[in-house]
Design a protein around this ligand. Sequence first.
Ligand code: GPP
Ligand code: MG
Length: 560
Amino acid sequence: MATLECNITLKENYKSTSNPVRPYVKFPPSIWGDRLMSLTFDHSESHAYAIAMEQPKEELKSLIINPNMDSNEKLRLINSVYRLGLRYLFEEQIECQLDKLFTKLKMEDYDKADLYTISINFQVFRQHGYKLSCDVFNKFKDSSSGKFKEYITADVRGMLNLYEATQMCMREESILDEAMAFTEAQLMGVVDTLEGNLLQQVKHALRSPSHRGVQMVETRLYFSNYKEECSRYDSLLNLANAHFNYLQLLHKEELSTFIKWVKDMDFQKITPYARDRTPELYLWAVGIFLEPHYSQARIIISKMAQLVLVLDDIYDAYGTIEELRLLTDAINRWEISAMEQLPEYIKPLYKIILNELTEVEKQVPKEGRENRVKASKQAFQELARGYHQEAEWRYSKYVPSYQEYMKNGLITSTYNVFSTYSLMNMDEINSEEALGWYKTHPNILEATKLLGRLYNDVTTFQFEGERAQEVESVHTYMKTFGLPENVAVKELKKMIENAWKDINNECLKSTEVSMALLVPVLNLARITDMVYRYNDRFTFPEETTVEYVTLLVITSVPMY
Ligand SMILES: CC(C)=CCC/C(C)=C/COP(=O)(O)OP(=O)(O)O
Ligand SMILES: [Mg+2]
């Protein structure tokens, strides 16, 4: 693959202790140049969009609760609201409507409904945590052959929505596994014969199904590709339009703030060995939180991700083992005097790490502030120890067992850090309850960490090759279970799919914790899918990642 050609060599840069041997990696440079240096945003424009949202928002509220609207029509409207990223504006109304509709639902209601209608129903209920049974799709299967009925293949819109619906499957839902493979193959077979919006819809779904995509990107593409759905109601169209413009200005401002911080901290100079991926990191932050009121959270998460990125590249691409031992110790100590023990080149970075958390502390919600910050710091320290463990294994040429590797690999997935930093910024959450929940190692978080670690390794083990020295899941799995590479990869990919099923299961309505707490974790799984589905789109961001960042902060929003 041409994009994966990066100069990864074990270079002997230096010979003596003062000139140490470094596992030096030359990552591809940033591809942005000065393109994002002059993002403009105007606060009065932003205010105008906020005002423009008010009336359509009220109109849409009335529409959603309208008792005379046909239930399938209502679910279709709620689907559009969800896919346009507007759900947070109508949380109460939607929940009340879905509660009513779901309670009175009978399987017979679906006897006469077509594939499209049932698939939309299924998506809406599952998106909002209601477990509509997958048996609703049984009628599309031929009971004697066990295959899907031929006639549904002519209904491309129905097939597309069945494909989208299958992404919400859980374990033991074999009809959805079959439907996913069937619809994917069928859609791939017809995509070249399609045109207009339907072509765009199918093309994008095959590349990234909506449920597994970065939601801000998905909503923006829905607005472009689903013109019919968006313009069904004037209020929906007007609200979506003003909302996108409003968000785009906000995102431009946030990205500018983050770019300025990276520049002010002088990362290019102090960490020249690390990947330079500022807008790509910001995309992670937008992926975790979409709503405008998380503006500060996105900036804080972007900064933290920059620190994690640099740390990752020191630990597995630049530092010597002696330096890494000192760095880990200093991060564990977490006090400015520990800087003395560090090599000169790491000192400025260490200072930023400590300073940033102190700065952040001033900005996080008052409720449980101390504990929120403490948990984030501990997660960061745990990550450094996890990176260090990997480095020690590589240094001593020890290949751990798969289980040993994964115990540490769940930590180096970085998702404990991302989750605690997300939580740190959520003022609607009771921190004590949330931190207590984290400590129980909830299934959704464990599944997301597993997905993150495995997806990353399965996609990158070949080009990380010599550098990783088999300290990754593919080789440890091959060795532990005595399997050839292709079988190991296949089994790990199956585990990734199962992790998705577990995540979906955990997103069903639960009384255990607030649903709001699950969202950033689900969103981490989605970003992982976007980044690692085909290759490492973070290290090699050309095409998709660049396209997405451009779409969010550069391309203007279409008017119908
Ligand atoms: C999740 C995010 C945005 C974190 C910051 C950047 C990062 C560590 C990316 C993964 O790099 P990698 O592929 O080199 O990871 P690893 O070294 O763990 O395989
Ligand atoms: Mg790495």
